[in-house]
Design a protein around this ligand. Structure first.
Ligand code: SAM
Ligand code: SF4
Length: 357
């Protein structure tokens, strides 16, 4: 005998034979797993906590941006609730991103609570570094394990051109502050742009070596209606060949379940990564989903399909309904993205700062 609801007066027999009224896909939920329809396990969430930023990087934002009104952005409590549910579903890695996450008022309030979530053993942050001199210590104390810092150039003038407003010295101070606070294996993210920063790749790797940092080179992605990118596109392979003329690069077996492949430089701890969504497609073992600041669950960075968690959150629904919406989102995770090397037209209409890089 099976029953599908329990009542206060349920008999012991009914309790023993209880089968919850849930669709088959959710039966695994109690075990804490999120699996998409291709059998890939999702264990990693990138959560954007704001679409705002104190920089306006040319590849990421338009010069004049209209940001979301405050009430269209998930509150920090809503972010925490969503994160808690994901962790309950087996997610063990969470990246806080944006926009610039550290410009969100009270971001630390959220990060401290996330750091204390049982089961979340890898809380990490991606930042432009501008606020790190103040935040590095409290982030470390909150349990953040690692920081990624975007740094496309070491040259002040060029930095200002790329970010339109930023001061590279603040970022460099932030890198020092991160180390002083206790962070190790901090990673630099470099977006590769021909004619803009490609003459600095060797200097940037040398900087990483000198400062015991990891470094990843990222192929620019066609996100947001900004500009044609085919002129500035550089493949990861081209950059790796150029770097190999100066540094010995040994392939590393490390796999983050993402579009990055890593190389080691012998005699150092530095790893050099190449994130190549265009030239190589590593979607087969993708383990991640993204949540935008307005509470949309994007199962793939390179596709436009999303599930609105915000609607569920603001409808007053309970945790089960939220869980159900998240599990439903796994059903629309595509096999892969459609980025191609034809970069003139944006294939994904939202900016990277919206989705969270
Ligand atoms: N503001 C933080 C930062 O800059 O690190 C976090 C958010 S930012 C959107 C995350 C990452 O996305 C950064 O490393 C940035 O360089 C990268 N990014 C932004 N737009 C991109 C694009 N069109 N193609 C490739 N990477 C991009
Ligand atoms: Fe801001 Fe990061 Fe986008 Fe640059 S890449 S504009 S720092 S969100």
């Amino acid at each position: 005998m099976h029953n599908e609801t329990l009542r206060p007066e349920s008999t012991p027999d009914e309790l023993v034979n209880f089968r919850p009224l849930v669709p088959p896909v959710q039966r695994g939920l109690a075990k804490g797993t999120l699996v998409d329809k291709y059998g890939r396990r999702v264990t990693y969430v990138r959560l954007s906590i704001t679409d705002r930023c104190d920089f306006r990087c040319t590849y990421c934002m338009a010069e004049e941006m209209t940001f979301l009104p405050r009430n269209a952005v998930m509150s920090l409590e809503e972010c925490l609730r969503v994160a808690r549910i994901f962790v309950g579903l087996g997610v063990n890695k969470l990246r806080i991103t944006g926009g610039e996450p550290l410009v969100r008022k009270d971001a630390l309030w959220l990060i401290e609570r996330l750091g204390a979530l049982p089961g979340l053993n890898n809380l990490v942050v991606t930042t432009n570094g501008s606020q790190l001199d103040r935040f590095a210590r409290p982030l470390f104390a909150a349990g953040v394990k690692r920081i990624n810092i975007s740094l496309d150039t070491l040259r002040p003038e060029r930095f200002r051109q790329i970010t339109r407003i930023g001061d590279v010295h603040k970022v460099l101070n932030g890198i020092v502050a991160a180390r002083a606070a206790g962070f190790r294996r901090t990673k630099l993210n470099v977006v590769m742009m021909r004619g803009t920063n490609d003459d600095e790749f060797i200097d940037l790797v040398q900087f990483a070596l000198d400062n015991e940092l990891d470094i990843s080179f990222i192929e620019e992605m066609p996100l947001g209606d900004i500009h044609g990118r085919s002129q500035s596109y550089i493949s990861a392979d081209e950059t790796r060949d150029r770097l190999a003329e100066r540094f010995e690069l040994l392939p590393s077996a490390e796999d983050s379940g993402g579009p990055a492949r890593y190389w080691r430089i012998p005699g150092s701890a530095t790893r050099v990564g190449f994130i190549s969504p265009h030239s190589h497609n590593f979607c087969d073992n993708c383990n991640r989903v993204r949540i935008t600041a307005r509470g949309e669950l994007y199962p793939c960075l390179g596709q436009n399909d999303a599930v609105s968690l915000m609607e569920v959150l603001r409808s007053g629904a309970d945790d089960d309904a939220l869980r159900q919406a998240i599990v439903g989102g796994m059903g629309i995770k595509p096999l892969g993205h459609d980025f191609t090397q034809q970069m003139e037209a944006p294939q994904v209409v939202r900016f990277m700062s919206m989705t969270g890089g």
